[in-house]
Design a protein around this ligand. Structure first.
Ligand code: 13P
Length: 328
């Protein structure tokens, strides 16, 4: 399949992406929070529970995985890449190697370009057809700094170019930590616009094919500690306004991260954006991690007798998010 067709099929109507690519460290945090020991068996079992949920393929077009999970058999003995393919779900892989702090503000850039081409060849053999790279930005009075914005944009562009050269679709994820702090939504809009414009400047400079990638941004939100909390309509309007000035129309889809919003909030904001009468050139879809998994993970609680109930909860949330993606 052509890369542009893979990108389009990931954002086909009624479907979106499940981000299940938590690193060992992040997954350990999620499991610790509900008292489940973070053994490789449990980390793997959780992904198996999601991937074997009956009917999930109606709502999920692709799943982003982490190296440990793609590489090793699941507890049921199957390889997850194969299992997803059998359900017509595209396997993807997170290929960045996390962030490193570089200044006194503790801003970061992302590592992982070394040996990337060789790793991509290996991931392709394991069935991956798309990838993800996450850059993280802080928001604050003088943040994000020009250094953080430029370093991360160039990293994202180099990554996306190498991924397309290797014959996979890159998801470009510039995540501004918009929920952290007491800034209002206008500040979040300003920083998101600045970052996205710079990301696309460099993607174009490096010759990344815009019709063969997806953008995974944050929504435009006020900080958690802001006294001025916007309503869904304002969040949706401001997010779409930023995308309209920063994202070229050739990009087939925008797949939002949930970024610490509750599942209901993330679902509502996605729905409101898709209800807007504003005609936009891209599909507005999802690549949620926590907003898709959080409720089901709690229901499971690491107990085999809860697997069915957890899968039911997962399916219910996936259906809601899918409907939201179509404005319902
Ligand atoms: P959240 O939806 O939990 O933010 O996760 C998405 C993701 O992949 C972050 O990199």
């Amino acid at each position: 399949m052509k890369l542009s067709d893979i990108a389009k099929s990931l954002v086909v109507s009624r479907k979106g992406i499940l981000a299940a690519d938590e690193s060992v460290g992040t997954m350990t945090k999620r499991l610790d929070a509900i008292g489940i020991p973070s053994t490789s068996e449990n980390r793997s079992l959780w992904r198996e529970i999601m991937a074997t949920t009956f009917g999930i393929e109606s709502y999920i077009s692709g799943v982003i995985l982490f190296d440990e999970i793609l590489r090793n058999p699941l507890p049921n003995g199957k390889m997850i890449g194969k299992l997803l393919q059998e359900k017509n779900i595209l396997p993807g892989i997170k290929v960045d190697k996390g962030t490193v702090k570089f200044n006194s503000e503790e801003e970061t850039f992302t590592l992982g370009l070394d040996g990337l081409t060789e790793r991509l060849e290996e991931y392709k053999k394991m069935g991956s057809v798309f990838t993800k790279w996450r850059a993280v930005y802080k928001i604050g009075e003088n943040l994000s700094s020009t250094a953080a914005i430029t370093a991360n944009s160039i990293g994202l562009a180099e990554y996306a170019l190498l991924v397309q050269k290797a014959g996979l679709v890159p998801i470009v994820e510039p995540e501004i930590l918009v929920l952290k702090g007491n800034h209002d939504i206008n500040k979040s809009k300003e920083v998101t616009e600045k970052v996205l414009k710079d990301v696309f400047y460099w993607l174009k400079e490096f010759g990344v094919k815009l019709d063969s990638m997806l953008l995974k941004p944050n929504m435009v939100l006020a900080g958690k500690d802001s006294l001025n909390q916007p309503k869904a309509e304002e969040i949706a309007r401001m997010t779409v306004e930023v995308l309209q000035v920063a994202v070229p129309p050739e990009v087939p889809g925008i797949v939002f991260l949930s970024g610490g919003l509750t599942p209901d909030q993330a679902t509502e904001y996605l729905k409101t954006m898709n209800q807007s009468n504003e005609k936009v050139p891209w599909q507005l879809s999802y690549s949620f991690g926590r907003a898709l998994q959080q409720e089901a993970l709690r229901v499971w609680g690491g107990k085999s007798e809860n697997v069915k109930a957890a899968q039911d909860a997962f399916l219910v949330r996936a259906k809601k998010v899918s409907e939201a993606r179509n404005g319902k």
